[in-house]
Ligand binder design. Structure first.
Ligand code: HEM
Length: 127
């Protein structure tokens, strides 16, 4: 928390409000958000999907019409320690590195908006 506040103080200063354009200059705050989403995904099972045809996946037969859930909560529990630095320098949309918004061609189309809203809210609060 102290590290994010210091970063915001340096980038924004005391004489104006936090602005959306400040987000790109706050790499540590972005890393904190990624680490928080990894450990606490808002949609722990993402969005349920259904197979449209009989499928063989990693040796398993998955019949047509099967509901498929991805347990992002469990996937994001390893490692358990809160260490934002692990995300410094990474991009949110890197394939399968971070999956609270899903992955692949049906991943969240609202990612850019959700991403901005979350960072803007957190940045404004801490500033
Ligand atoms: C923190 C904010 C959000 C999170 C964590 C989130 C998460 C997700 C997840 C996990 C999926 C399923 C992806 C998959 O199956 O691979 C999804 C799909 C979707 N999201 Fe979001 N979402 C967020 C914000 C938004 C916003 C702000 C919008 C719209 C303005 C939005 C619109 C959609 C739509 C339309 C889909 C369906 C995409 C498809 O099936 O092709 N989401 N979201």
């Amino acid at each position: 928390m102290a590290k994010v506040k210091t970063e915001i103080s340096k980038a924004v200063g005391p004489n104006r409000k936090f602005e959306e354009s400040d987000i790109e200059n706050l790499p540590y705050m972005q890393a904190v958000m990624k680490e928080s989403l990894r450990l606490h995904p808002p949609l722990p099972f993402l969005i349920p999907r259904e197979t449209i045809q009989d499928t063989k996946f990693m040796g398993y037969d998955v019949p047509k019409g099967t509901q498929v859930l991805v347990n992002a909560w469990v996937i994001g529990r390893d490692p358990m320690s809160f260490k934002p630095d692990r995300f410094l320098g990474s991009k949110l949309d890197v394939h399968y590195e971070l999956i609270p918004f899903g992955a692949g061609r049906r991943m969240c189309v609202g990612l850019p908006l959700g991403h901005r809203m979350m960072h803007f809210s957190l940045g404004s609060l801490l500033h």
